[in-house]
Design a protein around this ligand. Sequence first.
Ligand SMILES: [Zn+2]
Length: 328
Amino acid sequence: MSWKELAQTQPYVVQMLTSSLKKERLAHAYLFEGSRGTGKKRVALQLAKSFFCGKKEGVEPCQICPDCKRIDHGNHPDLHLIEPDGQSIKKQQVEHLQKEFTYRGVESSKKVYLIDQADKMTASAANSLLKFLEEPGAPTLALLLTEQVQHMLSTVLSRSQILTFSPLPREAFIKILTNEGISLPISSLLSSLTTSYEEAMGLAEGEWIAQARNVVIQLVEELHSRQNQVMFTLQEKWFPHFKERKEQELGLDLLLLWYRDLLYTQVGKDDALTYLDQKETLSQQVLSSSQSRISESMSAIMEAKRYLSANVHPQLLMEKLMLRLQEG
Ligand SMILES: [Zn+2]
């Protein structure tokens, strides 16, 4: 499997990863999130090959050297797979690996941790892993896979670059929606929110989603350049529009999609944008934002979503979130 082939099903993820590979600027930890069957593990193994292979052509691993072959056979000495042991991934599982690395005296070589169902890590397992990742030394890459990003610990989210694996060819879904008479900006938004035709058509009824989109755009513009307005807009526009729990969740999703667009804008992936008629604003905002800053904002929004599902008062969590988003 080549990156080129993988790009056919996950073009955006592959673009992000290969562009970092080219610049030799991979993050220390990636979180691949997306539903079952989206190719997270395939991409992770390919990335591990590109990471280890000494005979790459550009970013493409050679597929025939001992490193590549061992990854195919699942017995590469420096690629470690961690999976839930029963209900969870426990601290001992992470520590066991760390000890193993030390015993074998291979601290100087590169290492990859592949953690499947990373949302099942206990807090102490996650902390143990993070501590290890932050220790200076040999290049270490952690690839965390999850179908349940909402259950990930915020400490992990904030230290990982989050890549979303999309279940459906987006363009195809957008076309279906525009054929139903839904405008392109709204079709684009819906196709980022759901892959279900029924859900998309339900959301598209009436003016609610178009107004929601306007509120989000106003808020992110203010977060960027008119920060003294933010709390006012929150009171006057956000809360009156996003009333029910479900609507509040959707509001946070819309906000998250804006920050994801900033990431896409940064890597020049304009055709992946959700807010595709907002290119100009996105390009302006990205000038004063770093990739890590954008990732932090996304983590903050996901954390707010978790607080929401844990029944924290929406007013409180939104105000806190606005403060965090303003920090940049
Ligand atoms: Zn190779």
